[in-house]
Design a protein around this ligand. Structure first.
Ligand code: ZN
Length: 170
């Protein structure tokens, strides 16, 4: 059984408050990947960056004073180009989600956990490290063609860091 974690593919990170053209370019590839996993009866889990009206007073907001992914707003929603179907969606107020690791630990016979989504250098890398720590004997991988970073440079740096920590980069 393989698990695909689709990280924060939300409007605000694609073409909203914190969007990039690199993020726009991966949307259809991520959808193809989701379809492939579903066809093979593998599991797809989504995460959703989730903030509230007090965002600017939080630590993240003080360091990144751009309101984004405010719960129930359009920018918070996962792109309508992606098929969420009946997948589990984990709302997370932080970069890396311990709840995600908990959710994966309930799935039996996991041979690989692959991460795709946004942003490579913030939430993809944070969750990859958490999963690597929680499941040291499971293959953790990232498909770089289905990820985008805050900038192309930081995307590449994050891939290098993950590779160093034995996360397989495709
Ligand atoms: Zn955020």
């Amino acid at each position: 059984m393989k698990v695909l974690v689709v990280v924060d593919m939300q409007n605000d990170f694609i073409d909203g408050a914190l969007g990039t053209k690199e993020a726009e370019q991966i949307v259809s590839k991520v959808q193809q990947k989701i379809e492939t996993y579903r066809k093979q009866n593998d599991i797809v889990i989504f995460t959703r960056d989730t903030h509230f009206e007090n965002y600017l007073e939080t630590q993240e907001g003080k360091n990144l004073p751009v309101k984004h992914c405010i719960k129930d707003s359009f920018g918070w929603q996962i792109s309508s180009k992606l098929d969420v179907a009946d997948s589990t969606i984990i709302d997370k107020p932080v970069f890396g989600s311990l709840e995600l690791a908990e959710c994966v630990s309930k799935i039996e016979n996991v041979s690989e956990i692959q991460l795709v989504g946004l942003c490579t250098d913030i939430c993809v890398i944070s969750n990859a490290f958490i999963l690597k720590s929680k499941f040291p004997e499971t293959l953790i991988s990232v498909d770089s063609s289905c990820c985008a970073g805050v900038s192309p440079e930081s995307h590449n740096r994050a891939l290098e860091s993950m590779k160093t920590c034995q996360i397989m980069i495709h």
